[in-house]
Design a protein around this ligand. Structure first.
Ligand code: BES
Ligand code: MN
Ligand code: ZN
Length: 479
């Protein structure tokens, strides 16, 4: 099944060739066409956001009247929500081509319509028998009908949503398919499609040779070969070099400190940060954004075996710091410690990492906000703005010397898990901070939002969270 065709069309909304056209309705406003206004008058069509009413006009074309809320409140996020409601209904009705009449000249709203539609229609069904029948009634195209200059915004939105859906594909693949080598292959494929990207992947031996004792310790317990995946983007001259780092534990059993069976299957999603980083890099290259980025994705399984790291083991990370491993299930911070050192080594001047790092952040924020942590208020403001602009919500939690104290080891410089069990998400952030060499850095703990979101346009399984924020950072961090 091919990707959805997305474009901009000029002219009258009712002159489209699409089988289904969509007209937005603001609260308290009217519609031009008398037949459609009759639906408003009768109370059937409403301006309330998410309201969807279906009718047909002369010639048989389907018309969907979609509620948009109050005109002055319509923004990209509400556009995503409205578009998702429409897309779900249109799919049920067997629509093949959608034509949205842009409700305003706002480029962000046009982009939101594209994202909401594409993200809502995402499905991961390659292992379901008989899906070919359903494919014949797929929505194949989306056009935004408008006289406004929205081409660039619509194309960017299409690329963003496609990348986010690609990240969801990587996440949803089970761990027997999506191995570290599989993720590396995906990164290589992306790099091969763009001259501005270069790919590198270090193997078990090379990871050890670089002095990555923490990453090596996690990887020593599994028979699957680990990879340190590196993508470099050279798409401009100015601005600081960005470092994107993504945790990619392709399955987290907990290791010797093994997890309970109940939800362990969800730990195939423990590579979500890495998936977001890899696919965002592809989108950034496709859009030719003016940025220089080094992306580092440490990838391994975390398994119990006769070779596994054990509680009490002491290892040395790439920057020389020693770590006492008191819980083998706190493996994300171990692989990230070395990956952050590597990003610094490779010249990253502003760093953002994405990681499904702590269960505690799920308790704190559920599946609505990710946790944000930073050692630099200016860089934090930048990342927060990117989150706001894309609707990928984040909320800052503090760092503090008292939390830093908790990370000190009894026998080594650091311990990856303290007996105190206090402030677990902040503890993890304080741990990571010690590997960024004081560079401006933001840590995004995405354990709650990487899957199981309940946003109208991304609900259920993998969310692809972070892809849009990273692309936005590449677009805006040049200054
Ligand atoms: N991948 C998990 C975090 C996680 C848990 C993500 C649940 C999503 C849902 C991480 O590797 C982990 O196991 N963290 C431990 C750390 C603890 C042992 C200090 C946790 O949060 O329980
Ligand atoms: Mn773990
Ligand atoms: Zn983990």
């Amino acid at each position: 099944m091919g990707p959805m065709r997305v474009g901009v069309r000029r002219g009258a909304p009712d002159q489209t060739e699409a089988d289904t056209r969509v007209v937005g309705l603001f609260e308290g406003e009217t519609l031009g066409a008398p037949e459609l206004q009759a639906l408003v008058d009768s109370g059937e069509a409403r301006g309330k956001l998410k309201s969807v009413v279906v009718t047909h006009e002369a010639g048989g074309r389907r018309v969907i009247v979609a509620g948009l809320g109050k005109r002055e409140e319509l923004d990209a996020e509400k556009a995503r929500v409205a578009a998702a409601a429409v897309a779900a209904r249109a799919k049920e009705l067997g629509a093949k081509a959608l034509s949205w009449a842009a409700p305003t000249a706002d480029t962000a709203v046009a982009a939101g319509l594209v994202e909401g539609t594409m993200l809502k229609l995402y499905a991961f069904d390659e292992y379901k028998s008989g899906r070919d029948d359903e494919d014949s009634t797929r929505i194949e195209s989306l056009e935004i009908t408008t006289d406004a200059e929205v081409e660039r915004a619509v194309e960017e939105a299409r690329v963003r949503a496609e990348a986010q859906n690609a990240a969801r594909d990587l996440q949803n693949q089970p761990s027997n398919v999506a191995t570290p080598e599989y993720l590396a292959d995906r990164a290589r494929t992306i790099a091969e499609a763009h001259d501005s990207l270069t790919f590198d992947a270090l193997d078990r031996h090379e990871i050890r040779e670089l002095g990555m004792g923490a990453f090596s310790a996690v990887a020593q317990g599994t028979d699957r070969e680990p990879r340190l995946i590196v993508l470099r983007y050279e798409g401009g001259s100015g601005g600081p070099r960005l470092g994107f780092v993504g945790k990619a534990v392709t399955f987290d059993t907990g290791g010797i400190s093994i997890k309970p069976a109940g939800k362990m299957h969800e730990m195939k999603f423990d590579m979500s940060g890495g998936a977001a980083v890899i696919e965002a890099m592809g989108a950034i290259a496709r859009l030719g954004l003016d940025a220089r980025i080094v992306a580092v994705v440490p990838s391994t399984e975390n398994m119990p075996s006769g070779r596994s790291m054990k509680p009490g083991d002491i290892v040395r990370a790439m920057n020389g710091k020693t770590i006492e491993i008191n819980n083998t299930d706190a493996e994300g911070r171990l692989i990230l410690a070395d990956a952050l050192c590597y990003a610094v080594d490779q010249g990253a001047e502003r760093i953002v990492d994405l990681a499904t790092l702590t269960g505690a952040i799920v308790t704190t924020f559920g599946s609505t906000y990710c946790g944000l942590f930073s050692n630099d208020d200016d860089w934090y403001a930048h990342v927060e703005a990117a989150c706001k602009a894309t609707g990928e919500l984040g909320w800052r939690l503090p760092l503090h010397p008292e939390y830093f104290e908790l990370t000190k080891g009894q026998y080594a410089d650091l311990t990856n898990s303290s007996e105190a069990r206090k402030a677990a998400s902040i503890y993890a952030a304080e741990f990571l901070r010690q590997f960024v060499d004081d560079r401006p850095w933001v840590h995004m703990d995405i354990a709650g939002v990487a899957w199981g979101m309940t946003r109208n346009y991304v609900a259920g399984g993998a969310s692809g969270f972070g892809v849009r924020t990273l692309i936005e950072l590449a677009r805006t961090a040049g200054a």
